[in-house]
Design a protein around this ligand. Sequence first.
Ligand code: DSN
Length: 480
Amino acid sequence: MSDLPSLTSSVYSQALEVIASVEPRIAEATRQELADQRASLKLIASENYASPAVLMTMGTWFSDKYAEGTVGHRFYAACQNVDTVESLAAEHARELFGAEYAYVQPHSGIDANLVAYWSILANRVESPALEKLGAKNVSELTEADWESLRAELGNQRLLGMSLDAGGHLTHGFRPNISGKMFHQQQYGTDPETGLLDYDAVRAKAKEFKPLVLVAGYSAYPRRVNFAKMREIADEVGAVLMVDMAHFAGLVAGKVFTGDENPVPHADIVTTTTHKSLRGPRGGMVLATKEFAADVDRGCPMVLGGPLSHVMAAKAVALAEARQPAFQTYAQNVADNAQSLAEGFTKRGARLVTGGTDNHIVLLDVTSFGLTGRQAESALLDAGVVTNRNSIPSDPNGAWYTSGIRFGTPALTTRGFGHDEFDTVAELVVDVLTNTAAGTTKAGGPSKASYVLGDGIAEKTRAASAEMLDKHPLYPGLELS
Ligand code: DSN
């Protein structure tokens, strides 16, 4: 991160004074959040640090504007500047990813996935149900038509990656709406290697014949061959949808190219904009022309009015991602994940799939005698911010878990490199080796309580501080 102009400090300091004049506790929490983020090792794989340009773009009067509809076709007056913003964000997205169409209104990744699912239903559920009803598209249906269609829509099939193999809640997990609106099945990973087994996915797809095949992940530490997923989708006549929320930055930065770039292979690609892509919190849908009109109905089908200030920040972030420096950043994210994985492996820790080739490292903490919950808490005490995560066939379930997920996007933004990530691995192994599982109040084994060895948290924080001081967060930003 390069030094910010001193003006930035005075802008933020004055903004905090304005906030404090209304609700000082929010101003204080905002200051404290910066201090906390500055002083900890942020290793949550889905988090990053957006640039001041992106952050500042979110704090404007665009927040006050309603703009339901699409560019040039709004349900509110005076949307001329929102049109500029939305057009620019979509243009940057199309150019950056080489997509035929970009819809930048989704407020989050879950919203983006819902927009995508509804657009697939609208586009593909046409016969015999729609023909019978004399409609071309679900948006033309009356309430009575809907009643008769519901059974058929509900019976549409979706095949996605299971949560414990690294898939996302919205990929057909039963407690999520995607698992309710679709008749769903899930594919896992090879029980021995933890890797995606394309033949097994193919066999399942042939048997299940899904309308939608979903690829993409939240906790799978490997690349996916989207050309192969396309082949499978074609063999069974499915729509291929890829959720690239986690690795959009690696696609944007041209680390994932060819078969590993989902955009040329998928019918619809969804993403968040705040993870490895390093933009504001939000979502986005990229689609082929075939799905564009249905995707555009995201609002009001699924979404409320677009967040114009966030669309503006998406445009700024996407413009940043089109700079050559972003490609260097993305390559560093992947290289640093290798360094972290090697750092763990050489210290005897077990990684799901044995390593990584993206930005995620998934550590199995059972060999430390801990649950994910205990490991996460002990690491947090030591200033290492991670999240617990299920591993395949997790014996501790989705709440306590047996894994810790690490990601390199945030600390790479701060400038950490190979040596620092090796030290991070050393510190993590040291904390976990010196943490013991605790007991319940009744004296039985606990999956939550833990005992951290004396002085470990202090020692880890001191070693982290040396690295963090060398790579300051928002250098030059001093709040008065
Ligand atoms: N919460 C995101 C993650 O951490 O991966 C996914 O929704």
